[in-house]
Ligand binder design. Sequence first.
Ligand code: TYD
Length: 131
Amino acid sequence: DYRLISLKNLIDERGQLIFGETLRDIPFEIKRFYCIVDAPIDSKRGFHAHINLKQCLICLKGACDIIIDDGKIRRTVSLAKPSDALIIEGEIWRELHNFSFDCVLLVLADEYYDPDDYIHDHSDFLRRKNA
Ligand code: TYD
């Protein structure tokens, strides 16, 4: 339900170019994006799962940790390279921690914003996973 992929990147004296195409590199069509910038170092975000949403998280600058919880195992995925993309599909609890001062996190999503697609309560999440 989640995986880290490496996007194509070209590095030369002019800088680093990173690119990807929907349905080729990013496994869905993108209907929405959002960005997290200026997050205080001790801030924590997320703390929810999505029922249907597919997302791709790319830390364009700086670093942050994404805690991924599938209901059985909690793992930390560190995003620290702009060519790393974390794909999350299916019901996965996610938390965002340890933002570097310069972190710029871009999130691509396959659906428009829908508050009904969120599971905000971790006990509800576990109940659904074990149902
Ligand atoms: P929130 O869920 O608190 O973000 P996070 O999970 O990172 O802490 O979102 C804050 C508000 O922003 C919430 O009222 C909904 C709104 N929002 C949108 O309208 N569109 C979006 O794409 C997102 C991500 C949030």
